[in-house]
Design a protein around this ligand. Sequence first.
Ligand code: NAP
Ligand code: HSE
Length: 432
Amino acid sequence: MERTKIAIIGMGTVGTGVAKLLLDHGDRTARHAGRIPWLDKVVVRDITKPRDVEIPEGVLTDNLDDVINDSEISVVAQLIGGIEPARSIMLQLLESGKDIITANKALLAVHGPELFDKARQLGRCIAFEASVAGGIPIITNIGQCLTGNQITSLRGILNGTCNFIITQMQETGASYDDILQEAQKRGYAEADPTLDVNGADTTQKLSILSQLAFGVREDWERIPCMGIDTLDIADIHFADRLGYRIKLLAVANLVDGEVEMSVSPTLIKKGNPLAEVQDAFNAVRVRGDAVGPVFFHGQGAGQMPTASAVVADIIDTVVGRSQITFNNLELWSESNRPISMADANHTVDRYYLRMQVIDKPGVMAEITGILGNNGVSIASIIQHKRENGSSSETVPLVIMSHETTHGSIIHSVSEFTQSDNIESQAVVYKVL
Ligand code: NAP
Ligand code: HSE
């Protein structure tokens, strides 16, 4: 059987998984590709560093030129994280005639237009299934299988680290820091885990999905984003008592020709499939005008689930499918009619509010008055009891609103800060 020479750049969590699949399951990849995707070179920074996979002699190198200058290597999996040197390496690889597979969503969210234009100019392709939702084939599904539809909404739990942290906080009561360390040990977290927990990683993934589904070409940093780094265990428990789970949810809705987009901790009713997504699993609910709702669920981070997506892209590129899809999709292309992002202040949702208030007559009336003046209608209100033996004069007050605009909630919260009866900033989360 003929061979196609493959190279991997970067031998971390994902690169190691990809090497394992190519080396240990060559028969499987060859069967699907109709030829052998042959691992010819692996570029690392330090060839003496111990690796979790046995790399055949002569494959490991610390010289990128060994790939660039080998015209027989036509397909490269670029598995370095961050922006630089990943961007420069991608450009060099494209210029030397390689088709590229990447899992680097940060790079695509920031430099997608430049990289995709360059690939189109040079007649090359970039495949990026692993960049969103790890092992779930969401890019292929939106980019190929659902193209008979106008996608009208996307809702996703897109960060395995955050979902792992929230699930473990709820179920084991372990501390946030200990759980984050465990997520790093398991290979879920980014090299800089701040990007996971502050919502940046989820927002970058949402910007990629929204480009694919709606043609939104928006700077990912303009998408309203709140992470889980300030999530308090108290809110997980209050939500639980109300029948909800909190998830870091990415949302994009097509409304009147614009797309409403946001990433924030969100209360989701127990029993909703999104509320039941546990640990490092991800889920995406896509609604198309023809197909209706479609739900995808699977492991969103970790070595082998992500390698599964990268190797599928390698096979598609060896077969020639990726090139066809890449040319037809015209992602981040000038010729694609861009759709703009809607003004976040006008989006309508239900809200969960929690504040610590002085336990005395008139306070409730003040709070409901502020909400009423801003047009926010209350669905339920619970004033929790003071802890037994607590010397604090304040108690937690939890309010669930009816549907209201984001602007009305923001105005109300800013008025709360003027009150001497409300301690600290109110917690505000959307309710799905
Ligand atoms: P990682 O474990 O930090 O691995 C990155 C590797 O790149 C490291 O081994 C690093 O080498 C290597 N590297 C950095 N600069 C290099 C250079 N100039 N030349 C050669 N190698 C270089 O990261 P990862 O988890 O595998 O993630 C890789 C990419 O996949 C990231 O973009 C990430 O966002 C994305 N991703 C990850 C997952 C996941 O679950 N982990 C899932 C989906 C997507 P050293 O070993 O010398 O540091
Ligand atoms: N750090 C990412 C996560 C990896 O936890 O979801 C998968 O993109």
